[in-house]
Ligand binder design. Structure first.
Ligand SMILES: Nc1ncnc2c1ncn2[C@@H]1O[C@H](COP(=O)(O)OP(=O)(O)OP(=O)(O)O)[C@@H](O)[C@H]1O
Ligand SMILES: [Mg+2]
Length: 497
């Protein structure tokens, strides 16, 4: 056994995050670690890597008892980690990030910039990533940053690579490349611990699975011996009603168009996008990563300026200078990258949740605390946010629970049009169904939703119709009765024939 963790427990200010959790991984094994949001997955690996200290329990690496006081110590023993929230130095170059604290030196002890540049370019090439390694990491998309972080781990000659939700910001092509890399790691005897919420992916790439619930390990088995429903049952601790379709079968075509994009363009990423969102419907926006979905949302929300085409809101032509103009028109945007323009880590759940609502909560400059409390309590319950109290700093929540708070931030402003970018990224299967149902309920009450999603399953389950983008252009508009996995994939690959 390469690694075994036994009876690990950990409490944060008296609240148990882990209660006797266990995990074992053999050499060259790909182990899935699954569980609902807040089950303790990230905490367990942070203890393994020395980012957190355990309260009790044993960690054995290659037969030897170990305690890592810092991440540096576990790294020195061949444990590399790709965190859920990418931990790169944004202002430093790609090459510097890949070699961070292991920079190659020349004979004279100087930084060997050329070796660094060539080495970084070579390793990225094995990921089919051909980018300028002199540019700062901040220059690249979330997906590319993720690939850079993985490349860094690979160069660290790790024995165990831990990946916390590595695919959540990757598109299908990039996931395929990542899986290829995992297979190569495996062949070289490197073990991989893979934390993820997308079950199909886990079944594709993992050998074994460890399932956690409420801070405990509840099952461990070969992937092949664990039927999907059984796995979900272990995760939830109860049976889950099937991922039911909650889209409407037509009927919304008669409703008035709330938001219309007509040949919208801006810069090189968005060239010609047309779409409609009617009252009370969920309009899907699909496309591969880099197809211009997020950039389109930014234009519709007034973050980026419209350069060509037209936007109409309730029939009136609109050209927003800034998001405040869009917000004044009743538009909300839940962005995809919660770390970059989402959460304020040190502020409480309450403050994070009511940030967009704050102006409306103020009477004569004073926040209406009672009303604020009522709203926060409501959404914590409605979305099932797992937290100790609304006063807890949001950074203490698990990734999926942070996402729920962000979603609530916009829902509580009562928007008329909600643009939502990857609504269920990083959210477990139980909560995912809940969130889609909630969006449907809101749509039934008249909300117009534009839902950007990389998950075909989600679009098929929830969207009333779907616009597909490819290379900054809308290339297909699929009605509910035309929607299928094949139709979506074909349009995304832009194989129109
Ligand atoms: N620094 C911290 N302070 C206080 N509580 C914390 C801290 N880190 C984690 N927790 C709590 O520990 C529990 C487990 O969280 P963890 O991040 O391990 O969940 P997870 O399984 O990774 O979930 P997700 O799928 O949402 O990422 C949660 O209830 C979380 O709020
Ligand atoms: Mg986590």
């Amino acid at each position: 056994m390469l690694l075994s963790m036994q009876d690990i427990s950990k409490a944060f200010s008296g609240v148990a995050a882990l209660r006797s959790a266990s995990l074992s991984i053999a050499e060259g094994e790909v182990m899935a670690l699954v569980g609902q949001n807040g089950a303790g997955k990230s905490t367990l690996i942070k203890i393994l890597t020395g980012a957190y200290q355990r309260d009790t329990g044993l960690i054995r690496l290659e037969g030897e008892d170990v305690v890592f006081a810092t991440p540096g110590q576990s790294q020195a023993r061949g444990i590399a980690t790709i965190y859920q929230e990418i931990n790169l130095a944004p202002q430093r170059s790609v090459a510097e990030n890949i070699y961070l604290s292991r920079e190659p030196k020349t004979r004279f002890g100087l930084l060997d910039r050329r070796a660094m540049r060539d080495g970084a370019a070579a390793v990225l090439k094995t990921f089919n990533l051909d980018i300028d390694v002199d540019l700062p990491v901040a220059h690249f998309s979330a997906a590319t940053r993720q690939m850079i972080a993985i490349a860094r781990a690979v160069t660290q000659k790790a024995r165990l690579v831990i990946m916390d939700e590595p695919t959540s910001s990757l598109d299908e092509r990039e996931v395929a490349i990542l899986f290829q890399t995992i297979r190569t790691l495996k062949k070289n005897g490197v073990a991989v611990l893979f934390i993820g919420h997308r079950l199909d992916e886990l079944y594709e790439i993992c050998d074994r699975v460890t399932i956690m619930r409420d801070g405990q390990t509840v099952a461990e088995s070969a992937m092949a011996d664990m039927p999907k429903m059984e796995l979900v049952r272990h995760m939830l601790g109860k049976e889950l009603a099937a991922f039911e379709a909650i889209a409407r079968d037509g009927g919304s075509e008669a409703k008035p168009v709330r938001l219309l994009a007509d040949g919208v363009g801006s810069g090189v990423r968005v060239r010609d996008v047309s779409l409609t969102v009617r009252e009370g419907e969920i309009s899907g926006l699909a496309g591969l990563l880099g197809s211009g979905r997020t950039e389109t949302a930014r234009i519709l929300f007034g973050v980026d300026r419209l350069q060509s085409g037209a936007i109409r809101v309730d029939g009136r032509e609109r050209d927003y200078n800034e998001p405040a103009d869009a917000i004044a028109d009743g538009i909300g945007l839940v962005s995809e990258d919660r770390k970059i323009d989402g959460i304020i880590p040190d502020m409480s759940i309450r403050e994070n949740m009511t940030l967009a609502l704050l102006p409306k909560l103020k009477k004569a400059g004073i926040v209406d605390r009672a009303r604020q409390q009522e709203i926060v309590t409501h959404y914590i319950k409605a979305l099932g946010v797992k937290c100790a109290s609304p006063d807890q700093p949001i950074k203490e929540l698990s990734g999926g629970n942070q996402q729920k708070v962000l979603l609530a931030r916009w829902l509580c402003t009562d928007p008329r049009i909600l643009i939502i970018d990857e609504p269920t990224r990083g959210i477990d299967i139980g909560a995912k169904a809940e969130i889609l149902k909630l969006l449907r309920r809101l749509a039934d009450e008249g909300l117009s939703v534009l839902m950007i999603s990389s998950e075909l399953e989600e679009l098929l389950a929830a969207a009333d119709h779907v616009t597909v983008l490819s290379d900054g252009r809308s290339v297909a508009a699929l009605k509910r009765n035309e929607l299928s996995e094949t139709a979506l994939l074909a349009a995304m690959a832009h194989q129109v024939n």
